[in-house]
Design a protein around this ligand. Sequence first.
Ligand code: SRM
Ligand code: SF4
Length: 602
Amino acid sequence: FLGLEALHASVLSPNAVPSVPSHRPVARGRTSTPLMKLLDDAESSFARGTMLSPKASGTSYLPEETVQRAAQGSKFEKIKLEKDPTAIFTDLYDYAAKIRAGELDWQDVEDADLNTRLKWVGMLHRAKRNPGTFMMRLRVHNGIVTSEQMRFYARSVEPYGPDVGVIDITTRQNIQLRGVTLEAGADVIDGLHALNQTCIQTGFDNIRNLVGNPLAGIDENELVDTRPFCNMLNDLVTLDEATGERGNPVYCNLPRKFNIAVSGNRDDYAHTHINDIGLVPTAHAETGEMGFNVVFGGYMSIKRVAESISCDIWVPATLHAVRALVTATLRIFRDEGDRSDRQKARLMWVIESYGAAAFREKLLAEPALAGVDVAREQPKPTSPYERRDLLGVHTQPNGKLRVGVHVPTGRLSAEEAVQLAALADSYSGGELRLTVEQNVILPNVDEAQLEALSAEPALSGDSRLTLRAGHIVGHTVSCTGSQFCGLALIETKRNAERIARLLDERIEVPQPLRIHWTGCPNSCGQVQAADIGLMGGPAKKLDPESGKMKAVPGVQIFIGGRVGEHAHLSLEPYKKGIPMADDDLLPELIAIAKEHYGAKDK
Ligand code: SRM
Ligand code: SF4
């Protein structure tokens, strides 16, 4: 359905990162800008003497009024004003060089850089669980990874040993590397850039990984190929159009994170309903032209979980129209979003401040959208449709097969990553597709090779990776949890994997049962979208020794979330305070599975 424009652009820009020098000098020196004056006047703890770079920074693009609000805003706003996060890119190289030369210890790096600004280059210090090590969050737009990139991930984490040096597939169809030190970070970035990939703008107030259809281009039900759109939007975030350098400063000082998902079919594998912008492929009712109904404002957080809403907007499925729509929305969000209360700084709050209809008018008045053929929301398809499973073996339109590989809770050891890369080289033309359920798809497998693939040692015997996961194990998703995340109230991944196996041993469910785990109310594991969602929370249990109730790790249970065309978030917990011990949690889960999902004892 896509025109030449999209395909042409995708050829011109097959991936995000051009070859430009990564070591850029940052000019420093005291300047008397209106911003410096503002900083001087503002009651804040800015480190005096830290200068703003005269080159374009994220802050250079903010209107004066926004800068003023930011200067009086949250501690993160002040950190961004004091030194623009874009500068951390080159600072990282300086830090790495000094640490290697023995002139600096990571502990001497100023706190705002170490624990906040470095997130701009995807380096998240694991201060609480593994001080001195970083999780590196990449950008894998549309979830497409080459075998070469996968081997590079393995090489990057392998030095940190099997406990810390692991790779995670995330709930945004993305990759996180663990254990990386500050001095190694710069090398990892260079390595990524050499492989046409990057990690910039992934962990701070940035536009996060672009989620697309994991079946793009190999999908018998495809309405739009999401790859060119994810490529184009990824370029928008990672390239400075003026200089060709990395990192577009226009969107480098947002009020908060920003999520975009591009769906390619009626299955909505990209989860448009929980993204700030969700593009839902829908043909124009009168002209038949393929385009996107746009939904806005979906998000999850500690204080509030909101399903996306319609603002009655449809745009054609052209790169120009989608870019215009996204840049117009980002302009409003960047300049008008809340800068004082981080809990109110997501797009939904801006939309609500106008009301959906007025926000639509506001958006359409944006210069970026001038000349774009924006229509009212188009009717959604009504014919029956069954959401397809991404795991298992399925035929592609070209006669080849797509084969889902289950990766328990998305966790890969360095060795498993190398094995996956080898499988991709042997069977899927060196390509791997990631899913938001934290699994992998091997595309374009020859039917004649299926038997050999199934018999591969990496996928059989005791291997954690498998082509044949049970209905529960295969559909379990988990956030990072307390092993690495300082915000976690419980350990998630190991429990999720173990409990799913126990459930698959004890009960039979007629269809996949999506159990999601999340270690705290931020809901990175998207529990409100799950059939059964488990969120870390307080619980009490009788202590047999003291005879008193004792605080123990526990969960809140959510049930009835839906994904796909008729997505629905389950906002209120079904039960609270369930202790995590197997004898407490398993009976609860079995009862829910029987009562709500047709499970039977085995
Ligand atoms: Fe998340 C913060 C992990 C997807 C909502 N998230 C965090 C931090 C960075 C907290 C921290 O500093 O430790 C976690 C890092 C832990 C670690 O070591 O891995 C973290 N989030 C994750 C990942 C890795 C979970 C996973 O195991 O897959 C996911 C990475 C996605 C990516 O590749 O970019 C992840 N986080 C999500 C999602 C799901 C999604 O995007 O579909 C959400 C809910 C959707 C949303 O954002 O609206 C989510 N994470 C949050 C929030 C709440 C945001 C808010 O507006 O308040 C936080 C807290 C924050 O940002 O302050 C958070
Ligand atoms: Fe950490 Fe909480 Fe996100 Fe899990 S949900 S990764 S515990 S912030």
